[in-house]
Design a protein around this ligand. Structure first.
Ligand SMILES: [Fe+2]
Length: 306
């Protein structure tokens, strides 16, 4: 689904495996985020369907360096020689080859490094064609996270800092023990903006920014009071994410893959006394009951939109 939110500036809604992304259509297109690498053919089809020539892309602006937001960068850079702009923290991750801080290695995700030409800092203005967006650094979910705000139209590209009815995972193991506080401060920054419409990193656009911030604050409150909820939410979402990366995987193989990745065992170590088999069983039962995971002849699928 695509929506022209400003003249020639399109919002492209994806699902959970791929972050939503944006296109400024023109002779030298500009992109904001580029989906997951394994789904690049679909990303390309969607962008070309809106009239973008990927070999002419001038600039990619990324809201952070997670795999579902930078997946198309290396390929599009090869096609076009385009430049990439990132917050200095993300630029440092990419230039130093730090695939741990980007979460890629921790969550066993597929991603490729690329070249970054520009640093965009808190308070900077980034021009996307005729539209000047204010850069706001919003760490918490991701140390290099930014949101982009266009004051004349009250448009906020909120990435994974703010969703409407849900909250992006907090990976304390990578983001550090202050991640919840950082995310709370990031919400404070957004709450002072005059926002008419929010375009999140996952999910549909929405208008009530204050209500969404309220929901996110409530979730943070739960996390502050009940530490294990952070782990519980993380296990549920990343199991789904792993399945979306490898649909139709035989369950035994899927189980072994989860146990081999750092994140599953570490999350269970941190929050659930290293009870790997018990947590695996609980999470799979829950997700199957909710019909978020389907079993077909020994193989697993997710019903979540990729
Ligand atoms: Fe993210």
């Amino acid at each position: 689904m695509a929506e022209e939110i400003l003249k020639n500036f399109f919002f492209i809604e994806r699902g959970y495996l791929n972050g939503n992304h944006f296109l400024l259509r023109g002779e030298q297109p500009v992109l904001v985020d580029t989906g997951y690498i394994g789904d690049f053919a679909r990303t390309q089809a969607l962008l070309e369907g809106l009239g973008a020539d990927l070999s002419s892309v001038r600039l990619i602006v990324n809201t952070h360096t997670h795999c579902d937001h930078v997946g198309g960068n290396a390929i599009i850079q090869e096609m076009s020689g385009c430049e990439v702009a990132l917050h200095p923290v993300g630029r440092h991750f990419i230039e130093s080859g730090d695939d741990w801080s980007t979460w890629w290695r921790y969550y066993a995700q597929e991603a490729r490094f690329f070249k970054c030409a520009h640093s965009i800092r808190d308070g900077d203005t980034v021009s996307i064609g005729p539209y000047d967006f204010k850069v706001i650094h919003t760490p918490g979910h991701a140390a290099d996270g930014i949101v982009l705000y266009h004051p004349p139209s009250g448009t906020l590209l909120s990435s994974d800092t703010l969703w409407e009815k849900d909250m992006a995972v907090i990976t304390v193991r990578i983001e550090g023990s202050t991640a919840l506080f950082a995310h709370e401060e990031s919400l404070d920054k957004i709450s002072s903006l005059d926002v008419k419409r929010v375009f999140p990193g996952h999910g549909s656009p929405f208008s009530d920014c204050k209500a969404a911030i309220g929901e996110a604050r409530k979730r943070l409150g739960v996390y502050f009071r009940e530490r294990e909820r952070i782990g519980q939410d993380l296990l549920k979402r990343i199991v789904i994410y792993t399945l979306l990366m490898h649909p139709g995987r035989e369950e035994e193989l899927f189980h072994d893959q989860l146990m081999a990745a750092p994140w599953f065992r570490e999350t269970v170590d941190l929050y659930f006394n290293s009870e790997y088999a018990l947590k695996y069983r609980e999470i799979m039962e829950y997700l199957t009951l909710k019909r978020l995971i389907l079993r077909k002849g020994g193989t697993l699928y997710s019903t979540v939109k990729p």
